[in-house]
Design a binder for this molecule. Structure first.
Ligand code: CTP
Length: 446
């Protein structure tokens, strides 16, 4: 396999020499990409001898080969070991002023990071926020371990041993680290994010079309990714930040489209079994349970590549907890003070899918708004549609006693040009059918 080993400037760079050797001995092609700083710790000749390849740090060498893009594109895996606090910050910001930065941006391969730094730097909120953001983008971490650091101090921050990193490399390359089956949507630790990504990446394979006898099969074979329900952002292993979305409207959309012959991948964020009962045994529907926004994002990205249309009906948390506690937060540990939760913004999944849309793909968003009037509802909807860049936005009014537990709904469908395409409603199933009509029109016009 083709592995890029990024080495950044920390004393643990010397341990990356042993890692490079292990990977080469395991039969991989290893392309070492040190930063300029890393070369102060271990020089180029060492990397070239160990990897048996020439080593560059700059985007300006080997220009005809477009090395800064090619390395990332060809990689099966990118490992950054050691990753300093500075390297994590640069990765988070997407800084690309050296060969490692451009390689990390150009790659679609899994990225494994082995941090190494002093405990204070590791525990600093800036670093922890960066780690959380990188994790939410699907970056894998190994370590850091607790132990003796450079100098006299010890604590978390020590880079994992080369052997441990090599084991993670093999796991990631073989995909064995990711479960084959989706787990039930329970509260999961943030590092378990990719668990349902694998199930979602099965995509539309193996689904049968199952049009119902009563409806026209005008969507036969069309592949539609639907998200439904509401995400839960863990605070600690027993608590979460959530919202009131039941998933009824999104599940009704999935069922209505399947009845017209479409194949559906349904990303179900924390939906009751009773609500899912309408679709679980439908051979045209693959239900993939997801928990948090990060998990929904990973699953949506995995399944969207094969989709003709994406309908994001899920209520996605805009923020998640910056520092998820590994143990239950206890009153007796907080010295009588109410804890403060620091939040970080989640990525906008739908806007990301719009940016990466494949030609002809139809993208549909939902917006549930608390408003004073229908005029305000449409106005907010139009602004949101423009912000997201979707082809259609379904807006509905919600409130303390409106929208959520009810079996009825009214959806105002706003088109890409801001015009009101239709207002559909009645039961949530009837509203879903109206929405699927509009989506079918868009698909037909592509
Ligand atoms: N959405 C998403 N990712 C997010 C937030 C929202 O994909 N992080 C999607 C939802 O699934 C929905 C649409 O974007 O299809 C609109 O969601 P909404 O929460 O209304 O939009 P926000 O951009 O979060 O705007 P607001 O400030 O009103 O919360």
């Amino acid at each position: 396999m083709n592995i890029v080993l990024g080495v950044t400037g920390g004393i643990a760079a010397y341990k990356a020499v042993a890692l490079a050797r292990l990977l080469v001995e395991a039969g991989h092609e290893v392309h070492v990409v040190p930063t300029e700083d890393a070369l102060r710790f271990v020089g180029k000749p060492t990397w070239e001898a160990i990897s048996r390849r020439s080593v560059t740090t700059s985007v300006h060498e080997d220009v005809p080969e477009v090395r800064h893009v090619a390395l990332g594109q060809r990689a099966d895996l990118v490992v950054v070991a050691p990753a300093t606090a500075n390297a994590l910050a640069r990765m988070t910001a997407g800084i690309a002023d050296d060969l490692l930065g451009t390689t990390l941006l150009a790659t679609r391969a899994p990225v494994l990071v082995a941090p190494a730094m002093h405990t204070e730097m590791w525990e600093h909120p800036a670093t922890q926020d960066n780690v959380a953001i990188l994790r939410s983008r699907g970056v894998e971490f190994v370590g850091p371990e607790s132990g003796r650091l450079t100098g006299d101090d010890s604590g978390p921050g020590r880079m994992s041993e080369p052997e441990a990193i090599a084991v993670r490399v093999e796991q990631l390359l073989s995909g064995s680290e990711r479960g084959d089956e989706a787990e039930p949507a329970d509260l999961r630790a943030p590092e378990d994010v990719p668990a349902s990504e694998e199930a979602a990446s099965e995509g539309f394979r193996g689904l049968d079309e199952a049009p119902s006898a009563e409806t026209p099969a005008d969507l036969e074979g069309v592949r539609i990714l639907v998200s439904a329900g509401g995400t839960r952002e863990p605070i600690d292993p027993v608590r979460y930040l959530g919202n009131r979305s039941s998933g009824r409207q999104g599940v009704a959309v999935a069922a209505a489209a399947a009845d017209r012959g479409a194949k559906i991948v349904l990303l179900a964020a924390n939906i009751d079994d009773a609500v899912l009962a309408d679709v679980v045994s439908n051979p045209a529907v693959r239900v993939v349970p997801v928990g948090s926004a990060a998990e929904l994002e990973a699953a949506a990205r995995a399944a969207s590549a094969g989709a003709d249309a994406v309908i994001m009906a899920a209520a996605v948390a805009d923020y998640r907890v910056a520092d998820v506690a590994g143990q239950k937060i206890r009153k007796e540990d907080s010295g009588g003070r109410a804890p403060t939760l620091a939040l970080v913004e989640n990525p906008d999944i739908l806007a990301g899918l719009v940016r990466e849309r494949r030609p002809g793909q139809v993208l549909v968003g939902f917006a549930a708004e608390t408003v004073e009037s229908e005029g305000e509802l449409l106005e907010r909807g139009r602004r949101k549609l423009a912000r997201k860049g979707v082809d259609l936005l379904a807006v509905n009014a919600v409130g303390w006693d409106e929208g959520f537990e009810s079996s009825e709904n009214t959806l105002h469908l706003i088109g890409a040009d801001g015009s009101l395409v239709d207002t559909v409603g009645g039961t949530k199933r009837e509203a879903a059918e109206g929405l699927v009509d509009a989506v079918a029109d868009l698909i037909r016009d592509r």
